[in-house]
Design a protein around this ligand. Structure first.
Ligand SMILES: Cc1cc2nc3c(=O)[nH]c(=O)nc-3n(C[C@H](O)[C@H](O)[C@H](O)COP(=O)(O)OP(=O)(O)OC[C@H]3O[C@@H](n4cnc5c(N)ncnc54)[C@H](O)[C@@H]3O)c2cc1C
Length: 375
């Protein structure tokens, strides 16, 4: 990418700060897994990149996630399926590269998932029955599961530890020379003659010819475009399994899902709540999830609760991400990944890297176009 210095833009930025010396090719707003993965992809393409983060990178939805890499056609919106499948396929290489470059293990597991689907999925959506028969009796696959009174299916899915993944992505981005500015929110994208030329915080501005909004649930708060993202709260808890291998598979039921980690932790999730930007957990809800876990796996009755937390998924009105160029030249957006942002990080980085570079992304992005919403 080339630097072409826009004088009008510089004057506008200079009015906002006393020292705007450095410029970048691309500014990424938001240091969650989407912003970090994209920053790495852009660096690999030769761009200079600054990530501007409101707080500490990787501490919001990407820190709160369970890390199931769900690309099953029964559970994935049809329009998202091509990206979901492509991203799931990219995961082993994506995770391996981050591990090698950062030295952080991300616990990518491929034991698969056992699903107890809600009855309407079994009977109305036959996809489950055809593709997903259990490879062995349930008592062999997961002896600790309570005797089920409903059908179970097997999905060849992976899972990852999102906290480790985000830490690995942060370290990799830094190793590759991505710059970071943390501690204050971006308030607006700075424009010159109708084009993006940087971002402004309360007392400081940064210059780049291209800006991409990866601010998750907060993406709609940054002027000039009010993308219709909203926070969708998810509460979870983490148990310590009595033995590290008590459960091998991810278990998904309508009441709760269970995600084992290789170090013996077991995540139990998650609620889907419209609660604004409130990230507090609620004791009754955590207890309900805990009881659901015990009903699925009675041996967990002695398991210690390590922690509970809540995070804010970036939701959109049609539950699809918002990806691509905005109506403002030089300003792009990659947000609204809702329940699948960990899964979709590799493909989002690849296609947005191409779009920002001005190349064809190789996928039909029209279902995700920012222009589908009036913003
Ligand atoms: C309980 C729960 C369970 C989940 N489970 C899964 C799962 O199993 N699998 C899966 O694929 N996905 C899962 N998700 C969804 C996934 O976590 C999200 O889709 C994904 O993390 C979104 O990443 P992001 O980078 O867009 O957002 P975030 O991680 O929220 O990052 C956005 C960043 O932008 C920063 N920011 C916001 N406003 C500004 C501003 N004005 N200026 C600068 N920076 C700003 C924030 O501080 C934050 O660091 C889950 C989410 C939750 C909450």
């Amino acid at each position: 990418m080339r630097h072409t210095w826009a004088w009008a833009c510089r004057a506008r930025l200079a009015s906002l700060t006393i020292c705007v010396m450095k410029t970048w090719d691309v500014i990424v707003i938001g240091g969650g897994i989407i912003g970090l993965s994209l920053a790495i992809a852009l660096r690999k393409r030769g761009a200079t990149v600054l990530v501007v983060e409101r707080g500490e990178p990787g501490r919001e939805a990407s820190h709160a996630a369970g890390g199931m890499l769900v690309d099953c056609s029964v559970e994935t919106p049809a329009a998202l399926q091509p990206l979901a499948s492509a991203s799931a396929l990219m995961y082993p290489e994506f995770a391996y590269e981050l591990e090698v470059e950062s030295g952080v293990k991300v616990d990518l597991r491929d034991q698969g998932t056992i699903v107890f689907p809600p009855p309407e999925h079994v009977y109305e959506r036959p996809g489950f029955k055809l593709a997903s028969l259990l490879p062995a009796p349930l008592t062999e696959l997961e002896p600790a599961l309570a005797e089920p009174d409903r059908p179970a299916f097997y999905l060849k899915e992976r899972s990852v530890d999102p906290r480790a993944l985000t830490a690995a992505a942060l370290k990799t981005a830094k190793n590759r020379g991505v710059d970071f500015a943390s501690g204050n929110p971006v308030e607006s994208v700075v424009l010159s003659q109708g084009k993006a030329c940087g971002v402004a915080r309360a007392n400081r501005a940064y210059h780049a010819e291209k800006v991409v909004n990866c601010a998750g649930a907060w993406s709609g708060q940054i002027a000039p475009h009010a993308f219709p993202t909203r926070p969708v709260k998810g509460q979870m808890l983490c148990l310590v399994m009595p033995s590290r291998t008590l459960l091998k598979h991810v278990i998904r039921s309508p009441e709760a899902y269970l995600i084992p980690r290789s170090d013996g932790r077991l995540l139990v999730g998650a609620t889907v709540e419209e609660a604004g930007f409130d990230k507090r957990t609620d004791a009754a809800t955590i207890q309900r999830l805990h009881r659901a876990a015990l009903a699925l796996v009675p041996e967990l009755s002695n398991a210690k609760i390590l922690e509970d937390w809540a995070g804010l998924r970036p939701g959109t009105p049609d539950a699809l991400p918002i990806l691509g160029p905005t109506g403002t030249p030089g300003y792009f957006v990659a947000t609204g990944h809702f329940r699948d942002g960990i899964l979709l990080a590799p493909i989002t980085a690849e296609i947005m890297g191409a779009v920002i570079e001005g190349r064809q992304p190789g996928y039909d992005l029209s279902p995700f176009a920012p222009s589908r919403f009036q913003s």
